[in-house]
Each structure stands twice: as C-alpha cells, then as structure tokens.
Design a protein around this ligand. Structure first.
Ligand code: BGC
Length: 371
C-alpha cells in the first residue's frame, strides 16, 4: 500500500460519497434501506483492538468504553490477547457481528487477515471503521480514521536529520541505522515510506551512511513491535558493523522501540547525549527520556482526539448519514481507496514539549517537573 494520489479512483470515491444513501452496495435486493435509516440510538458498538503493544492502545480501550456509553451506545470493547492474536481477533469480530453490533471499530492485529469476518459484517449490514491501522485487500471496510501516518514518517525523518545536526558534535556524513515496525501492521510501511521520502535523498547524496547496508523494509522490520526484537537487532548491528566507529542516530518508528535501541546503545558504551533516536506515541517513559536528553523526539498522536473523531463518525452513521471524511485519495487498501478522516500528528522534542502537551495534563506535568 502506498500513498499515491489515484486521481481516477479518488473521483469515483467522491462521486460515490455524493450519491450517499442510495449507492450503498449493501442495500439488499429487496431495497432494505436500513443504512439510510441508521440504527437504534442505544445500539451496541464493537471495538476490537490489537494486543497492548503501546500505551495508546490501552488508553483507546478506556476512552471508547467511556465515550460510547456517554453517547448512549452500548460498548463492547475487546483486546486480542498477546498470543494467538490474529485468530482471537477474528473470533471476537465474528462474535460482535453475531451479537448484533451495528458498527465495529477495528485496530487490526493483522490488517490482511480479516477478509472473511468483514464479508460476514457486510452480509449483516454492519459498518466497519478501520481505526489507526488500515485493513487491506477487502472492499468491506467503510471508513478509516487515523493520524496521517505518512506524515508521521516524514516528521520522524526530519527529526532524525535535525537531531544529528544538533547532537552529534560533527558535520555530515553521519552513520545511521533504520528500524521499521511489524510487517503485519499496514502502518509500518507507511511510516517507513514517509521517513524514506525525507532520508533517501540524504542517503543518495552521502549525507547519511547506513553502515549495515540494511535499507530494505524487510531487513529493518521489528516483528510484533516487540522491544526485545529491536534491541537484539541493534545489538547485532553494533557488534557486526561498528567496531571502532560510532553510530550517530537511528530511525525508530515508535517509543517502545526507541527505548530498546537506547538500551542497546548504552550497553555498548556510547554516550547517548550525542546520539539521536526518533520515536512516536508520547509514551510516559519516552517523554521522561526526552526531558532527560536521551531520546530525541516523539510524535504526539492524541488518542483522545482520535477516539472522539471515531465516535463522531459513529453518531453520524447512527443517524443514517455518511460519516464525514477529509481524505479520499491517500489510503488505497489494494482493493479500493478507503474514505478517511485524518488528523494531524505533531513532532515533539525537548524544545517544544511544553507547548505540544498543553492539553495533555499528565505529560505536561512531566515536562514542567523536568524544566
Ligand atoms: C500505531 C503506533 C504504535 C504501533 C505499535 C501502530 O499501528 O500507529 O502508534 O506505536 O502500532 O503499537
């Protein structure tokens, strides 16, 4: 999946939206207009989240439970367990459909493996909103709601360059290594492609040197977004590639992995105040690390705003309206461009942290305590 402007498809999507209410492929032969009429204001809404690989997923579950109930719905929020996750998430979604959910919000564990369940949802007239992670290779995903993931990657690439300038104590060329997320998460490639949009020209012109030679996404992947996998890959790279030489920075796609990479670099005896590593998610431990001058950057993707936007979309569907979207071009899932509502991610470093977290009290407190 790439971020490409598919002009023709996008036009078709806009046209389809314009015809909303009467163009829905799910309206059955008998002219059932249940989509146009919406559904009961106290209906059950399913929320299927992946395993808790970062704090944002934990927070999302709590916010959905509260927010949906406040909006008058019944909330059925489930996490896939850490083991056998894909099969469990498939079962959870099937059960939500059987139990009469009208909308299911899905943070997919593996966005390529929900085809059968989403066909079941379509047959039952259940709307599907892909949350944070795109669901691929199926036409049965109605909406996507997320922070602009390609932009997240671009911001990470820019932050890596800025950090190298600020902290390394020398000019270009800089030695860097690249990490990406789990291959079963559609976001991983989008983050990586966004970052490489900024970094590839700098690799090509010699500003950056990837000494390990590992620049293909498959070589940089971190299975399951697990910290230990990132740490052992970093350990292996340091041992095999950086004898007397220094690694100046690492592109890390999120905070959990950034901290694992920092651990590895510290264990190898490097002074991390001259090292740059990026991140994402504004996890508490990473915000502390940034304020202590270790991790260089993170991204603020305010989960509260993303959950609020999702609930707004569900309320529109409940009334029988189309959900509002602001992008009908970028997120092609391999079968169609999924109409999306994208929020703006914000890059955070020590310098702008107080400003960036002014509406996030627990993080602001950490920033102020460190200043
Ligand atoms: C999310 C990131 C998160 C990662 C691991 C991604 O899909 O967008 O925010 O760090 O999953 O949980």
């Amino acid at each position: 999946m790439k971020k490409i402007a598919l002009a023709a498809t996008a036009l078709a999507a806009v046209a389809a939206l314009a015809l909303s209410g009467c163009s829905n492929a799910r309206t059955d032969a008998g002219g059932d207009s249940s989509d146009a009429a919406g559904f009961a204001a106290d209906a059950t809404i399913g929320v299927a989240l992946p395993d808790k690989t970062s704090e944002n997923w934990v927070l999302a579950g709590d916010l959905f439970t509260e927010g949906l109930e406040e909006a008058g719905f019944k909330a059925d929020v489930q996490y896939a367990p850490a083991s056998n996750t894909v099969a469990e998430q498939q079962n959870q979604i099937s059960a939500m459909i059987t139990n009469g959910a009208k909308v299911i919000v899905i943070g997919a564990k593996d966005g390529k493996q929900l085809g059968a369940q989403l066909q079941q949802a379509a047959d039952a007239g259940v709307k599907i909103i892909a949350y944070d992670r795109l669901i691929e290779n199926t036409e049965n995903v109605d909406y996507y709601v997320a922070f602009d993931n390609f932009k997240v990657g671009q911001l990470q690439g820019e932050a890596l360059l800025a950090g190298l300038e600020e902290r390394s104590g020398h000019g270009a060329p800089w030695n860097v290594e690249l990490f990406s997320g789990s291959p079963d998460d559609a976001n991983s490639a989008v983050f990586f492609n966004g970052a490489m949009d900024v970094l590839q020209p700098k690799i090509d012109d010699g500003t950056l040197v990837v000494k390990s030679g590992q620049t293909e996404i498959a070589q940089t992947a971190t299975q399951g977004w697990e910290a230990e996998n990132a740490q052992s890959r970093m350990d292996a790279i340091i041992t095999s590639t950086y004898g007397t030489e220094t690694v100046d920075g690492v592109l890390s796609p999120n905070d959990t992995l950034a901290r694992a990479i920092l651990t590895s670099v510290k264990q190898a005896g490097k002074d991390v105040s001259t090292f740059t590593v990026t991140g994402q998610d504004s996890e508490v431990e990473s915000v502390k690390s940034i304020m202590a001058g270790e991790q260089y950057s993170t991204i603020n993707k305010d989960t509260t705003l993303l959950v609020e936007q999702t609930i707004k979309m569900i309320e529109q569907l409940q009334k029988g309206e189309e959900a509002e979207v602001n992008d009908t071009e970028q997120y092609d899932n391999g079968v169609k461009v999924v109409p999306a509502y994208l929020l703006d991610p914000v890059i955070v470093t020590k310098e702008n942290a107080a400003d960036a977290y002014q509406n996030v009290p627990n993080l602001l407190e950490i920033v102020e305590a460190a200043q």
